[in-house]
Design a binder for this molecule. Structure first.
Ligand SMILES: [Zn+2]
Length: 443
């Protein structure tokens, strides 16, 4: 009877039709009542959609549901399999769609099986092409999504790998006859000596134009790295225009054109080169692991006011920087052994101070870089504001890389959405961004 009381309580404030439904339920023979599950009557768990996002880094599978579900998983070897159990769920055509959505060229999954494991639970088995590091978790409703169960099949522990790369010093061993950073055999005014002695900051900020005439110029340029970060991706479409143009798609195209132009002069890395989601921290880690000299994040966001238009360039704000510092210090605490490998002779206070100084210098250089890019963009598109703006973008928080975020245009503005669709505009935008970066790097 307590069960029925709970039901009555639950339906007290419902509509007449809900009450009618309850009444119908109460009039059923007792044997029928107890064969109908409570969850089926009140709100049966349903799969709304299944999505698969393959990439070389990881494959993400998202099962979107109307209610919060928790899954458990086991990883098996010989052969590698990932087994996932989802309680309180029935097999449905939506869930079976998973079989069609895992394609033969998926880097991680060779085959998938979905079945009703027990009367009330689903079992999914992924046959794997390689050993993986799985992450299984649930997400609460956000944006256009309801609840999501997420299965991430990572090729490796990417974060650990990136941190290892970050802690490695920038390679100088390929430079002939130079094996240390303070080689006394170099001429006093030799730009290579400046490069070797100056550390990262002098690589991007203290160079003079005559450096380009140096016999070392090409050698050094090859060591300059541009990290290009196409915003959003995968489950995160970014902003969507009135005509359905998705930010994640247009920024990826602009990023690839920029990469193509820039790779003639410098080494280029893309934080993503396909349609998959990369967490903000991972974007920064990827740029730091590549020892990037410049980081540029490319976006085309929306604004509530559809008349807002024009391009803008952002650097990190001081306010944002201080909260990032807190986050970064927390990460350092969590990775004490790894961090100690780099800063082992500094006390925590010194580390804090050094990070603070580094962030200030980063913002100064980012503003200078941002201005150079903004000047070039002003030649091809109206500006939203006539100066580089600052905000607490998490993706701009690498303490040692000049980092800027370009809002190429407002996808929420009808005219600019059309521009973003045009190949000509995307090419001009990529060229303008590169012209600014090129001036900053003096390549
Ligand atoms: Zn964006």
């Amino acid at each position: 009877m307590r069960f029925i009381k709970q039901l009555v309580e639950k339906y007290k404030n419902k509509t007449n039709s809900d009450r009618r439904q309850l009444l119908k339920f109460l009039l059923l023979p007792a044997s029928t009542i107890f064969s109908v599950s409570y969850s089926n009557l009140v709100s049966a768990n349903e799969v709304i959609a299944v999505r698969v996002w393959p990439s070389e880094d990881y494959t993400r599978i998202t099962v979107e549901t109307n209610n919060l579900l928790q899954a458990s998983h086991i990883l098996l070897q010989d052969p590698y399999r990932l087994v996932i159990d989802i309680p309180d769920l029935q097999l449905s055509p939506q869930l079976k769609e998973l079989l069609n959505k895992v394609l033969p060229d998926n880097p991680h999954i060779s085959k998938v099986r979905v079945g009703q494991f027990t009367e009330n639970s689903i079992r999914i088995v992924f046959d794997l092409k390689q050993a993986i590091k799985p992450q299984v978790f649930s997400l609460y409703p956000i944006s256009n999504y309801k609840y999501r169960l997420v299965f991430d099949l990572h090729s490796k522990d990417e974060e650990e790998d990136l941190i290892t790369q970050i802690l490695k010093p920038k390679a100088v061993e390929n430079i002939p006859s130079i094996s240390t950073r303070n080689n006394a055999n170099l001429r006093e005014n030799d730009p290579m000596k400046e490069w070797l002695n100056g550390g990262k900051s002098s690589q991007y900020s203290n160079r003079t134009s005559q450096d380009n005439n140096s016999p070392y110029a090409n050698l050094r340029n090859k060591r300059l790295t541009l990290a290009i970060d196409p915003g959003h991706g995968g489950e995160d479409p970014g902003a969507i225009g009135a005509n359905g143009v998705r930010e994640k798609d247009v920024v990826l195209v602009i990023a690839k054109i920029l990469a193509n132009i820039a790779s003639r002069y410098v080494r280029v890395i893309l934080t993503r080169d396909a349609d998959f989601f990369v967490p903000l921290n991972t974007r920064v880690l990827k740029a730091r692991a590549a020892k990037a000299d410049v980081f540029v994040s490319i976006h085309a966001d929306a604004f509530t006011n559809t008349s807002a238009r024009g391009s803008s360039v952002f650097a990190l704000s001081e306010k944002g920087a201080s909260s990032s510092l807190g986050r970064m210090l927390a990460n350092m605490e969590n990775n004490a052994d790894i961090i100690g490998g780099v800063n082992y002779f500094h006390s925590k206070d010194t580390q804090r101070l050094l990070l603070g100084l580094s962030q200030d210098a980063q913002i100064r250089d980012s503003l200078r870089l941002g201005n150079m890019i903004l000047n070039n963009i002003s030649l091809i598109n109206p500006l939203h504001k006539n100066k580089v703006e600052q905000a607490g973008f998490a993706v701009l928080k690498a303490p040692d890389i000049p980092s800027i975020l370009v809002e190429t245009a407002f996808i929420s503005n009808f005219e600019e959405e059309q521009k973003l669709l045009s190949s000509h505009f995307k090419e001009k935008m990529a060229q303008a961004i590169w012209d600014g970066i090129r001036k900053f790097l003096r390549v």
